[in-house]
Design a protein around this ligand. Structure first.
Ligand code: ZN
Length: 405
């Protein structure tokens, strides 16, 4: 068993860096708080027996040697959203450090080398560019990412260079994956499925694929008092019906979710029948085919509205393939859970994680741990000490097992 007191103390201590008046944590990348967190992590990584390096973008990498030169990667992030919680990302990094610390205390030499990585800028809350660290390691970072600005118009590159990171050399961060056995990430669920099912941990089947659209419904604008109801082509009424249709149809597909998060009316006046409504649509599923059939059904519905005099434009703004977790590793995790008297439960990750960038480069797997009430990205995000310990213990045993396989 891992040392749950030490693990929880580390979670609390890291949570003090960037503490807000509201009781949350704000730790944006390339800030003083982020640098303090780096110093803290380097210290506890070294205490765990890891030798630490920091790469050009600021990823903190702790390495421990094993019996072979192959390596197993394990990590997450320690940046937060504005006024976020203590557990998102941090548990994955601190749990992996704890696992290595226990190997050392228990004189376990892993079968291969292990690298624990705290990735830079996963959340993308300061700059418009996200997952800087894991994308750099996977060779997917682009020059345009360095130009992303924060709200004070400071480009990411400038913020990083000010703190001494030679970020223009980001290509040097990329790994050669031929000797990488896999990538493992422990993360809080950030949803309420495990809490509803009263399970401490779950095995992630994969990270959902994502399609995002901007949709515009055009009608006939006019005076709100003068145009009789019978003569109207009001895009707001079409929007209402279409959004209910989308909500109803998406439920046919298991695990799939669809969200309309932004809605604008133009010109947006109380006494004007609007000219057009523009809204966002975010659709996620592990099965791309499901997303595609949902979109087809939606487009057929659009045609029905076009026959009623509306005009509808749909533009795809983002298209990410799902990242499926490796069957062998998930099987290993399931066996370890059974030995710990925990029923393996499989779930999809609707949220993106650093792990998705490793998909296609090496086998990936994720362990989710229960978030109380599903709260996340808020100050009262909470996972109990016992749940953190159970999940980290599964991670610990999985790391040893995979390093030897
Ligand atoms: Zn996270």
């Amino acid at each position: 068993m891992i040392n749950q007191e030490r693990l929880y103390r580390h979670i609390q201590e890291l949570g003090m860096i960037g503490k807000t008046a509201e009781g949350g944590v704000t730790r944006f990348p390339y800030t003083d708080e982020d640098e303090q967190a780096k110093e803290y992590l380097i210290r506890i990584m070294e205490e765990a027996g890891l030798s630490v390096t920091v790469d050009a973008v600021g990823n903190i990498i702790g390495k421990v040697k094993g019996k072979t030169k192959q390596k197993l990667l394990c990590g997450s992030h320690v940046d937060t959203v504005r006024n976020g919680g203590n557990f998102d990302g941090c548990l994955g990094v601190l749990g992996a450090i704890e696992a290595v610390h226990c190997m050392r205390e228990q004189h376990v030499i892993p079968g291969c080398a292990i690298e624990v990585i705290a990735f830079k800028n996963e959340e993308g809350n300061r700059f418009s560019s996200i997952m800087t660290g894991s994308r750099a390691i996977c060779g997917d970072l682009q020059k345009a990412d360095l130009e992303a600005c924060d709200q004070d118009d400071i480009p990411l590159q400038k913020a990083a260079e000010k703190l001494g990171y030679p970020i223009c050399e980001y290509a040097s961060c990329a790994y050669d994956f031929h000797d990488v056995k896999g990538y493992l990430e422990l993360h809080i669920e950030q949803g309420s499925i495990l809490d509803d099912k009263q399970l401490p941990v779950g095995i992630v089947k994969g990270i959902a694929g994502l399609r995002r659209y901007t949709i515009c419904i055009y009608g006939k604008s006019g005076h709100s008092g003068a145009i009789p109801m019978a003569d109207r082509v009001d895009p707001v009424t079409a929007f209402g019906a279409i959004s209910s249709f989308a909500d109803r149809m998406i439920r046919k597909y298991p695990d799939a979710v669809a969200t309309i998060g932004e809605i604008y009316t133009y010109p947006g006046s109380c006494n004007v029948i609007c000219d057009h409504v523009s809204f966002s649509l975010d659709v996620r599923s592990l099965v791309m085919r499901d997303i595609e059939s949902f979109i087809k059904e939606l487009q057929e519905e659009f045609r029905a509205y076009e026959e009623k005099g509306f005009r509808i434009r749909m533009e795809e703004t983002q298209n990410l393939e799902p990242a499926l977790c490796d069957e062998h590793i998930t099987e290993v995790i399931a066996q370890i859970m059974q030995l710990s008297q925990i029923t393996p439960y499989y779930l999809m990750s609707g949220a993106g994680h650093d792990a998705m960038n490793f998909y296609g480069h090496c086998p990936i797997a994720m362990i989710f741990v229960r978030s109380e009430h599903g709260y996340s990205h808020r100050p009262d995000e909470y996972t109990s000490k016992t749940d953190c310990a159970i999940a980290t213990d599964i991670l610990f045993k999985t790391m040893i097992n995979l390093s030897n396989s």
